[in-house]
Ligand binder design. Structure first.
Ligand SMILES: Nc1ncnc2c1ncn2[C@@H]1O[C@H](COP(=O)(O)OP(=O)(O)OP(=O)(O)O)[C@@H](O)[C@H]1O
Ligand SMILES: [Mg+2]
Length: 175
């Protein structure tokens, strides 16, 4: 619409391009919002395993693969518990996309007795997990707080140029 106006005489291309950019930004916000809603509705309807398979498919590309490995049956849990676990894994995968430069990510998940065990591994650049002085973000701190509130444990192991592994153990909450 605005781009067509540019073709006409006396129009200001910069102004019309700026308007087009605004519309494109708005559209991309809507798509992102819809995509979140879709994931949440899959999570609510089908549970963690299906939602995580969707996340792996969505994030995988030619440069970086995401694989989900479940070695026990993953039943349905309380909805809020499923949502918290999903968000924790999503923040970890966002970090891998943003910071790791990895080519492969594996998410392992199993339930042993009443504990859900999750490992998120990447083969990227790694980082100094102990060095709190250099930290700018809040994502990892939020994950640690969430796990603590769920009475779980988390261990982050990262080796420079080998990758990062986040191991989580959390007591399950059944509806
Ligand atoms: N998988 C990873 N590979 C390499 N570095 C990582 C990885 N995960 C986290 N980091 C490092 O740890 C830092 C802290 O991560 P955190 O999620 O707390 O913050 P952030 O991602 O920088 O910002 P935010 O999560 O608030 O948007 C990152 O800035 C990055 O340097
Ligand atoms: Mg982060």
């Amino acid at each position: 619409m605005h781009l067509q106006v540019v073709k006409k005489k006396n129009s200001s291309p910069i102004k019309e391009l700026e308007k087009s950019q605004l519309i494109i930004n708005e559209a991309s916000d809507i798509v992102r919002d819809l995509s979140h809603k879709l994931i949440s509705s899959v999570l609510i309807k089908f549970g963690l395993k299906t939602a995580l398979q969707g996340l792996c498919e969505k994030y995988s590309n030619d440069d970086l693969s995401f694989t989900l490995n479940t070695t026990t049956q993953i039943p349905r849990y309380e909805q809020d518990f499923e949502l918290k676990i999903f968000n924790i894994i999503q923040e970890s995968t966002n970090n891998i996309i943003k910071h790791s430069n990895a080519s492969a990510t594996s998410i392992y998940m199993k339930q042993i007795d009443t504990n859900l065990l999750i490992t998120i591994e990447d083969n990227g650049v790694g980082f100094n997990a102990e060095n709190t002085a250099l930290k700018k973000g809040v994502g990892l701190d939020l994950i640690k707080t969430q796990i603590k509130n769920l009475n779980g444990h988390i261990q982050i192991t990262s080796i420079e140029n080998k990758g990062t592994s986040i191991e989580i153990s959390v007591p399950v909450i059944i509806a």
